[in-house]
Design a binder for this molecule. Structure first.
Ligand code: ATP
Length: 237
């Protein structure tokens, strides 16, 4: 069953059309990546899905429920969370307070506590630093916290915007390993936006290519990795 479907979605900033008739589908349990150059419209696609920049035309369904036009917090409540580009953690709140913020819509206190334990097992460094302000963490740790905060909402679908941005290769690898674990162990479907196409396609099941606001190619991630046009345009080969 498709978990997320975009049908002919067009998004504008004022008069400027940034997304042109996007068709896209994410199935339950998949890791999907959307790759593309700077300014192609990747972040806008995520913000359109999560309701921050609603589409002007087209339809978006999450678990068969129309979500185009819904307020972002209603979309989160349905089980779809976004980790924005640049992380946006609360720097003055402690690590554990940041994680509490992620769970604020939930009333199932006992499983919130279990999920917190799970998060600290995924990222032991966050457990060690639970009482420190988020702003004191390194860039990689802040990315871990941003992902963890989104996971505390117990999403069925997690949208990730450029998780590798500004991070050292070793930290990036660690974060990608965790993304794959969350997908497998927690049964969380992942929609990943990345400029690092090589990394993203290696982690994903399927991929979509966005150019100037249009989907120009999609398919099995392994096939996209071997595709000559993609290798030239995005992998620098
Ligand atoms: P990047 O990797 O640089 O984040 P992207 O693929 O995520 O790129 P978007 O950030 O979605 O691309 O931007 C798509 C286009 O929309 C760009 O031309 C950008 O300049 C423009 N744009 C983004 N945000 C706004 C805004 N708030 N108002 C007007 N134009 C915007």
């Amino acid at each position: 069953m498709p978990m997320l479907e975009l049908e002919q979605v067009s998004t504008f900033y004022g008069n400027i059309q940034v997304l042109h008739e996007i068709d896209l589908q994410v199935d339950q349990g998949e890791i999907i990546t959307l790759i593309g150059a700077n300014g192609a419209g990747k972040s806008t696609t995520l913000m359109t899905i999560s309701g921050i920049v609603p589409p002007v035309k087209g339809r978006i369904f999450f678990k068969n429920t129309p979500i185009h036009g819904l307020a972002p917090e209603k979309i989160v409540a349905l089980g779809l969370s976004q980790v924005p580009e640049g992380r946006h953690i609360f720097p003055d709140l402690t690590v554990s307070e940041n994680l509490d913020m992620g769970a604020f819509l939930r009333t199932d206190t006992r499983s919130v506590r279990e999920d917190l334990d799970y998060i600290y097992s995924l990222f032991p460094i966050l457990g060690n630093r639970r009482n420190q302000p988020g702003g004191n963490l390194s860039g990689g740790e802040q990315q871990m916290l941003a992902i963890s905060r989104a996971l505390m909402a117990k999403p069925q679908l997690l949208l990730l915007d450029e998780p590798s941005m500004g991070l050292a290769p070793l930290v990036t690898r660690q974060i990608f390993d965790i993304i794959k674990r969350v997908n497998q162990e927690h049964n969380t479907t992942i929609f990943l936006v990345e400029q690092n196409a090589n990394l993203a396609l290696k982690a994903a099941d399927r991929g979509y290519v966005l150019e100037n606001g249009r989907i120009t190619m999609h398919g099995n991630a392994g096939e996209l990795l071997r595709n000559n046009d993609i290798r030239k345009a995005y992998l620098g080969i």
